[in-house]
Design a protein around this ligand. Structure first.
Ligand code: SF4
Length: 64
């Protein structure tokens, strides 16, 4: 699995961090998403996929 984020679309809602804190973080300035793990292992993939669903701005995507 590959995870990608679009920091321009991110509105800083933080849902991805709440859902998958090992995969996502937010920067201190604007609260925009930071990608911690672009290739999550199996134990993190369910949460990463859930983050796609909960993100209100469509700023998170996964492939594979
Ligand atoms: S849930 Fe979406 S909008 Fe909110 S911080 Fe994460 S990527 Fe940004």
């Amino acid at each position: 699995m590959r995870v990608v984020v679009d920091r321009e679309r991110c509105v800083g809602a933080g849902m991805c961090v709440l859902t998958a804190p090992e995969v996502f973080d937010q920067d201190d300035e604007e609260g925009r998403v930071l990608l911690l793990d672009a290739s999550p292992t199996t134990d993190r993939q369910v949460a990463a996929r859930a983050a796609v669903t909960v993100c209100p701005s469509g700023a998170v995507a996964v492939t594979g």
